[in-house]
Each structure stands twice: as C-alpha cells, then as structure tokens.
Ligand binder design. Structure first.
Ligand code: FAD
Length: 516
C-alpha cells in the first residue's frame, strides 16, 4: 500500500534510528501530515572504490543495513537498498525514486566532503524544480562544523582554543538527544522491498562476499583483506545499534576511569587496547557522537571526587578532536584534493616514492618491531591504536620520507574506521604539514615509544612472532636488537639498513632544505 504523501529518509553515514536528527524530523513531519516514511540507502561501489573504502568498513555497513532494516520494520518503515556505481548516478536515481513513489519530502543528514556537498546541492536544486522539498541536517558531530569560530569569526587553526570554545558552547547549548520515533501508522515495508534493485542473493541481503564478487574490482590485496574480514569482522565489530551502545556502556563502566594512562598501552585487554574502539561505529553513524558525549558527561558528574575526572575529560577531548578535523576539512576543502594545510612546507619537501620501502612498511617488515607489529595488526584486524597510528605515520613520512599521501591512502583502504577528516588530520599532523601539527623536528623514536608503551614487548611479540624468544629489553633497544639479530641469524626478522637516528636526521634536513 502506498500513501499519497510519502517522506523519504535517505540514510547515509547515519545508519541508526536513535538520535538521528534527520530521521527524527522526517518521522515527526510524517506523523503530523499523515504521511508514510520510507528509507533508502545507497551502495555506491565505484565511488567507494575511488574513495578507498576498506572491505572492513563496507562489510560493517552491509551488516548494519541489515540490522537497521530490522529496527525500522518495528516502526513500520521499509528501507530500499539500491546499488548504483557512483554519486552522479545516485543523484539521478534518488530523484527518479522520489517520482516513482510520489515522495513529497526528502530528509537527510549532511555529509561534508566536497563530492558529497556537490551531489547534495545538485539534488536540492533538481528536487526543487520537481516540487519536492529537501531538508538537510547537521548530525555527524557533537557540534557541527563552522559553528566554533574565533572572536573575529575565523576558523580555529589550533586545537586547544577550539576545544575551550567547544566545551563552552556545549555548556550553553541545549544538547538533547532525539529518541527513536514511535511506530508509523502507514506501513511501507512491502513498498520498500518492491523497490530494491539488488539481485544478489536470498533474503535480499548482500554479504560482503557477494558484494565483492558482484561490484568491486578484485585484486590480490583485496582478496587477502576479504579473507581477514571473513574471519574476524563479526567478532570484532558486531553490527546493530545495541552492540554499539553496549560497547559505549562497557567502556564507560570498565575503562574510562584509567583512560588517560591506559589509552597508550596497546597490549591491554588482550591486545585490543583499553580505548573505546567506538571509531568504527562513529565512522558509519551507527552511534551518535552526542550520546557518547552526554553519557561521558553523566559519568563525570557521578564520579566527582573519585579521581577519574581527568581521564573522562581526556576522552571527551578526543570527541572534540573528531569535530576539530571536520571543521578543518569544511574550512579547507582543498585538503580533500590532496593538499596539505601547510601547502608551502609540504611542497618544499622532496618526498620519496620508493615502492620497496613502502612495501616493507605496509607489510610490517621494516625491521622496527613496533611499526611492524602495528601494521600487521592493521592488516589482520582493520584497526590500529591511536599512538601506533602516530608512530607508523611518522616512521613512513619522516624516517622513510615517503609522501604521507601514500600512507593516508593505505590507511583508508584498510581501516574499519576510515574517515576522511580524521585520517587526513592524523596523517598531516604526523607529517608536520597539517593544522596544529607536530613541528617537523619532532620525530617519535619507535624504539623508545615501544619501551614506554609496550615495555614487556607483549604487543610486539603477539604480532611479530619471529621475535617471541627475544627478551623485551633487547627488542625495545635498537642497538641491542641489531647485535642480537647478527648473533642469531636463524631469527627471520630484518635488520635495519639505516639506523633510526640517521634517518631522523635526514628527514629533518629534508624539511629544512626546500626542493629547488
Ligand atoms: C595517522 C592517523 C590516522 C587516523 N585515521 C583515523 C580514521 O581514519 N578514522 C578515525 O576515526 N580516526 C582516525 N584517527 C584517530 C584515532 O587514531 C582513532 O580515532 C582512534 O584510534 C580510534 O580508537 P577508539 O575509538 O578506541 O578511540 P578512543 O580513544 O576511545 O576515542 C574516542 C573517539 O574519539 C575520536 N578520536 C580519538 N582520537 C582521535 C583523533 N586523534 N582524531 C580524531 N578523532 C579522534 C574517535 O572517534 C574515537 O572513536 C587517526 C589518527 C592518526 C594519527
């Protein structure tokens, strides 16, 4: 059955029903106007491949769509799953869909990267000419981009003052959550099923294997990733809003009180680390960032005087980093096109494009144990700890002086939480070419990082089993490790060609000496 008026909720990076700003508005509008609500979600394989979306993330999206479909059906809302190659076809398709289903209103949450903005602006114009109302909402951040500005109305370039304002704004803003809407009077589940264009398999459900075979261009590297995804993804990143919310609750209960120190120890919690691991859920919008903030805030209020205020505030500040990098991306859209925030500095560095060095980095075979462990962890699980992301990014962009854009792209292709703004921000920070970045002469020493953050080398030995018999004090000491490897030639682990001290000095020189 189809009502004469129907609202379309276009789900994108907001695959949830709870505290979804556009979805709440869509349902409220429908209830007031006796309209039905139908959802749509697009799978855009060519666009995803050109944006280097990892199979880890595509898999999570596919599983979450399934979970979302079930939650929506409880609300009498059907969801149409459409597969179109790219954003251009998506724009045409969504407008055609509106006409086919007599949609009067389209609701969506904003996406901020340039291609997405261009697509939405086009759709808004075309829809208007067809008499369809489009409504767009800020949703994916705690505080939307471009709301936090200096006294002169300029964007912040440095995190700390941005954060102070961010906190002040939250204090004064009435940050509320939109509950999951009540069930709709008109049931659209059958209409939605009839409007799918997927032809893949049973139960109208596309698995990552089927999606990969049907729509993506296979490569040996992707085959390998698919294999890892098949083994671990459901275990490490369960789908469903309830799973995301319970991970949040679990983190607040068990780990946030020690966050400030435990966050830097990757071996904790069975080598999963003691951070929240909510980034995969935030990246695809399975979880509301405002819910994260408000629950942490609630915890803070209940813990006053118990000594964990600093830890909780530290975690809250990480949510603000996420907002900060979105703010940077929206204010400097050229970074989406490969530009660095500090363009002249970036262009003055003679970046290397050495495939063999790059390969040893991404395969985890550099001869630097912490770097190798972290890269192997990324390849096998789709995730890496924040500190290790900084260590490997600095090693690639400083010690190896390889263009940070190569590393940025590799991360996107492999991270389950791949998010353009945070990833680009992290890479530019590490390569000293970003906003509020590390000065170029600060190069983390991966051996002292290991000695501090993995003192018993248990994280390293977990991911680099070749070193399982080598004592920790040797693994975490560059000189001793080289001597040990020479004395134990049966250990199949590479020796370093260039000591990190030397490559560090060369990197600093390269930053000082502009390309002629
Ligand atoms: C080179 C590099 C690349 C990165 N790429 C990504 C990426 O593609 N996607 C991504 O979500 N994060 C990225 N980060 C940021 C950070 O490493 C991850 O967000 C974090 O490791 C996720 O783990 P968690 O959820 O347990 O974080 P927690 O420590 O529990 O933090 C909570 C949340 O705060 C946000 N957050 C934490 N640290 C940062 C940060 N430095 N910048 C922005 N947001 C942050 C995340 O959303 C995270 O889920 C990158 C960092 C670096 C240095």
């Amino acid at each position: 059955m189809m009502s004469s008026t129907m609202n379309l909720m276009w789900f994108r990076q907001d695959l949830r029903t709870f505290d979804n700003t556009a979805f709440a508005a869509c349902c409220e509008h429908a209830q007031q106007n006796h309209a039905g609500v139908i959802g749509v979600v697009y799978l855009t394989p060519k666009q995803w491949q050109s944006h280097r979306k990892s199979l880890w993330q595509i898999d999570l999206i596919l599983r979450q769509i399934r979970a979302l479909e079930q939650s929506l059906s409880q609300l009498n809302i059907g969801i149409i799953i459409r597969v179109v190659d790219d954003f251009a076809l998506q724009a045409t398709d969504v407008l055609e869909l509106c006409q086919q289903l007599s949609i009067s209103h389209v609701f969506a949450n904003l996406e901020y990267p340039v291609n997405e903005v261009a697509r939405d602006q086009y759709i808004a114009r075309q829809a208007q000419s067809l008499g369809i109302v489009t409504q767009w909402f800020d949703d994916s951040q705690v505080i939307a981009p471009q709301r936090i500005v200096t006294d002169k109305g300029m964007p912040y370039k440095v995190f700390t003052p941005f954060y102070k304002r961010w906190l002040a704004m939250i204090e004064t803003a009435d940050l509320t959550l939109s509950p999951t809407p009540a069930a709709m009077a008109i049931n659209t589940t059958q209409v939605a099923k009839d409007s799918r264009n997927t032809n893949t398999n049973t139960n109208d459900y596309i698995t990552i294997d089927a999606f990969y075979r049907a729509y993506l261009t296979p490569t040996p590297a992707l085959d390998k990733q698919l294999n890892h995804v098949g083994k671990l993804a459901q275990l490490l990143y369960p789908a469903g809003e309830a799973a995301a919310q319970s991970r949040l609750d679990d983190f607040l209960k068990k780990h946030i009180a020690d966050y400030n120190t435990a966050r830097d120890v990757p071996a904790l919690n069975n080598h999963l680390g003691a951070t929240s691991r909510l980034s995969p859920y935030l990246a695809i919008g399975m979880l509301s960032p405002r819910l994260c903030y408000l629950k942490a805030r609630q915890k803070l209020n209940s813990q006053q005087g118990l000594g964990s205020e600093k830890d909780i505030m530290r975690w809250i500040s990480e949510l603000a980093w996420r907002d900060f990098y979105y703010d940077v991306m929206v204010n400097r859209p050229d970074i989406v096109k490969g530009k660095a925030f500090l363009t002249p500095l970036d262009e003055s560095v003679a970046w290397r494009y050495d495939l063999a060095d790059f390969e040893s980095w991404y395969q985890g075979k550099t001869g630097v144990p912490l770097v190798d462990a972290a890269m192997r962890c990324l390849n096998a699980t789709g995730f890496m700890h924040n500190r290790l992301r900084m260590v490997v990014a600095m090693y690639l962009s400083k010690n190896l002086l390889i263009d940070w854009r190569w590393g940025e792209a590799y991360f996107m292709q492999h991270l389950v939480d791949g998010d353009f703004a945070s990833n680009n921000g992290g890479w530019q920070w590490s390569a000293s070419v970003g906003t509020d970045a590390q000065p170029y002469f600060r190069v983390m020493n991966p051996f002292s990082q290991a000695a501090t953050h993995d003192p018993d080398a248990s994280y390293i030995q977990y991911w680099v089993p070749e070193l399982a018999t080598v004592p920790a004090n040797i693994i975490n000491d560059e000189q001793k490790l080289q001597t040990y490897l020479t004395q134990h030639p049966h250990i199949a682990y590479p020796k370093l060609d260039t000591p990190t001290k030397v490559s560090r000095t060369m990197a600093i020189e390269a930053f000082k000496k502009p390309v002629k």
